[in-house]
Design a protein around this ligand. Structure first.
Ligand SMILES: C[S@@+](CC[C@H](N)C(=O)[O-])C[C@H]1O[C@@H](n2cnc3c(N)ncnc32)[C@H](O)[C@@H]1O
Length: 219
């Protein structure tokens, strides 16, 4: 997975406002760029024929998934609350020779707004936040924006090693929580399970966390 640091860990000077928090998170030079798309997304999407179909990446961060999707032939809309994240994404897309028209970078607060249109693929990878985020409502709006035959992929954290959140460990939604909140009658469940993801602990030793994925296909 590419770097998204530790947004659930706070400090005394953490901005309370969602946009300010994420602009600060991605502020100048703060996030190292690995350029790697999320491995679980790659696994889920690799079998789908892109061929110019439309994909929407919700909370795209600095854009490694959006760039990878564009390289697979998707026409991508990449949205994030933080302009600082989009600036990085655009730069890396240029460096990777992704044509400017292949990714539409949009700054959007998904808690109050949602891009207009329908998509053949909508992904929400680690759309978690320690500040305000209307995640359930966003995922329901995402489901409503999936075109017939299209895919909705929700990837999230599930079980973290203790050292990651020593003070106040967040409770992440399970696959059942995600399925229940979406309540999508008639959709095919392509995947609803957990996956081990390799990490490095603070002493530099190999470690692992458990993430989960819900991959649904609209009839
Ligand atoms: C944990 S990061 C994950 C980033 C990226 N998807 C990844 O997998 O690395 C959560 C992302 O959601 C974005 N985000 C948080 N609240 C948002 C909101 N209300 N609207 C849009 N994006 C938001 C953040 O700016 C951040 O890029």
């Amino acid at each position: 997975m590419h770097q998204h640091g530790n947004p659930a860990q706070s400090s005394d000077d953490t901005p309370a406002d969602a946009r300010a928090f994420w602009e600060d998170f991605y502020g100048d030079g703060k996030r190292p760029w690995t350029g790697k798309p999320n491995a679980i997304l790659v696994d889920e999407v690799s079998g789908i024929d892109a061929d110019g179909a439309a994909a929407l990446d919700l909370g795209c961060g600095s854009g490694a998934d959006a760039i990878w999707l564009a390289q697979q032939g998707w026409r991508v809309t990449a949205v994030d609350i933080a302009e600082a994240a989009l600036v990085t994404g655009r730069e890396h897309a240029r460096d990777a020779d992704v044509p400017a028209a292949a990714i539409d970078w949009q700054r959007c607060d998904l808690s109050t707004d949602f891009p207009t249109g329908t998509w053949d693929l909508i992904s929400a990878c680690y759309l978690h936040s320690k500040v305000d985020l209307e995640r359930e409502q966003i995922l329901r709006r995402a489901a409503a924006a999936v075109a017939p035959g299209g895919h909705l992929i929700v990837i999230g954290h599930w079980a973290m090693p203790e050292w990651r959140f020593p003070d106040d460990p967040p409770r992440f939604p399970s696959t059942d929580d995600v399925l229940a909140m979406l309540d999508l009658d008639g959709w095919a469940i392509i995947a609803a399970d957990t996956r081990e993801v390799a990490m490095t602990d603070p002493d530099g030793n190999p470690a692992a966390r458990t993430d989960n994925v819900v991959h649904l296909r609209r009839p």
